[in-house]
Ligand binder design. Structure first.
Ligand code: HOZ
Length: 431
């Protein structure tokens, strides 16, 4: 299938540019690193996206993670429709909020209590404030290449769009906001041990992505999460896992269940909203009860726990719980990455592949990517050519070498074969 006719998207993007900065409502979508213009999407159905020119694409973005069940899953849509009949927002408690909170507490190991917000950024901002309020300390540890939304204190050597667009730290953030942020290299245990030895009693929290999805997929090396758990417990530091991407994605109980390491607090987003704007942070009651109105750490939101978003999240988590698509998802993803690996080897492209559950990255880098320094050496020009070649063949990938690819439960053998075949052609072409 050739999808080179994208004239309507081009025209409509030019129109958007006049009234929206960069034509997009989030910079990661702008195609800045790959050239050309974004597709303007008309609709999604299962594993496919359709642009306004009528082209169909196999979707490996899945709205950057939420659509593990594919687009417009019938159970999700019908639950949303049911909720819509009752009203869109009340600013008062509903049964749906308790129902989703109960599901999250049942499925996610660290969660005893959970607070719903509207995005991953909001969850990160609130979790950091909570940890500081709970411990009475100011310092936080984050890792280079991890991305936790556009929170001021965390937008330092950040991944995702910040890394893609070459601005891993942003103007507009007063120096004071990041003065208490200690940035360390992912997977470097010596650095972490030294930092705790020197300032352990001042560190409110350590925040990380347990499997990084925002400098491409980077896995924790054996012992990394275990040692962090130990050091945090010993030093009275709140261990925050950012499971916005990995939650309900690398397994029903997220990365914390997969690796058997329980943080004190975790952040959730993406899959928990089933495609609606939801974020959440939850953990031990002892810590969560520091939040207002039980405690004094303030955090609020007019649309938090929105009934339509809750309905979408409940349907998604119930469906995941009942159907357990994870083994199949993992098998499909492995078959795909094996195919990509042999296509890249055959074409002589410098590459490594990383995968976890239904997340993966084909790195244009001959070295195993274990941290930000190595990921920064990826051949982004080669990636841009690969991306465009795949798009022309009806395969929609994240428009950045530094974002995770996601498979969905709707993908068939044919979709996987078609993707491997396309990659083989493109990699030969650009070699
Ligand atoms: N946070 C997303 C990437 N890791 C980007 C979201 C978007 O631009 O839509």
């Amino acid at each position: 299938m050739s999808c080179s006719r994208r004239t309507q998207s081009e025209r409509e993007f030019a129109r958007a540019l006049k009234v929206i900065p960069g034509g997009v409502n989030s910079p990661a979508r702008a195609f800045g690193a790959v050239g050309g213009h974004p597709l303007i999407i008309d609709r999604g159905e299962g594993q496919y996206l359709y642009d306004i020119d009528g082209n169909r694409y196999i979707d490996f973005v899945g709205s950057w993670g939420p659509h593990i069940l594919g687009h417009r899953h019938p159970r999700v849509i019908s639950r949303i429709e049911e909720a819509l009949k009752k009203g869109t927002s009340f600013g008062a408690p509903t049964l749906l909020e308790t129902e989703l909170a109960e599901l999250v507490a049942e499925l996610v190991p660290c969660v005893e209590k959970v607070r719903m917000v509207n995005s991953g950024t909001e969850a990160a901002m609130s979790a950091i404030r909570l940890a500081r309020g709970f411990t009475g300390r100011d310092k936080i540890i984050k890792f280079a290449g991890c991305y936790h939304g556009h929170v001021d204190s965390l937008l330092v050597q950040a991944g995702s769009g910040a890394l893609t667009l070459g601005t891993p730290s942003s103007p507009g953030i007063p120096q004071g906001c990041t003065a208490d942020t200690v940035v360390l290299e992912y997977n470097d245990l010596d650095q972490i041990r030294d930092t705790f030895a020197q300032q352990g009693d001042q560190i409110a929290c350590l925040i990380l992505e347990p499997v990084v999805g925002n400098m491409g997929v980077v896995l924790p090396e054996p012992g990394f999460l275990e040692t962090i758990r130990e050091l945090c417990s010993k030093n009275g530091t709140v261990f925050i896992m950012d499971e916005v991407m990995t939650g309900f994605r690398v397994g029903l109980g997220g990365a914390q269940q997969r690796f058997g390491i329980t943080p004190d607090i975790c952040m959730l987003g993406k899959v928990i909203g089933g495609g609606m704007p939801v974020g959440a942070y939850g953990g031990k009651s002892e810590i969560m009860d520091t939040i207002s109105p039980v405690g004094t750490v303030y955090q609020a939101g007019t649309l938090s726990g929105n009934p339509i978003a809750m309905a979408s999240g409940i349907a998604t988590l119930e469906c995941l719980k009942e159907t357990n698509p994870y083994p199949q998802l993992e098998e499909n993803t492995q078959r795909l990455t094996e195919g990509l690996r042999s296509a890249a080897t055959k074409a002589g492209s410098p590459h490594t592949l990383a995968e976890c559950g239904s997340m993966f990255t084909l790195f244009f880098n001959p070295d195993k990517v274990t941290n930000y320094t190595i990921s920064a050496r990826n051949d982004v020009e080669l990636f841009a050519r690969y991306f465009q070649g795949m798009l022309d063949r009806g395969i929609y990938l994240p428009c950045s070498q530094f974002e995770a690819n996601f498979t969905s439960a709707m993908m068939t053998d044919d979709d996987i074969n078609q993707t491997i075949q396309a990659a083989g052609e493109v990699l030969q072409e650009i070699a």
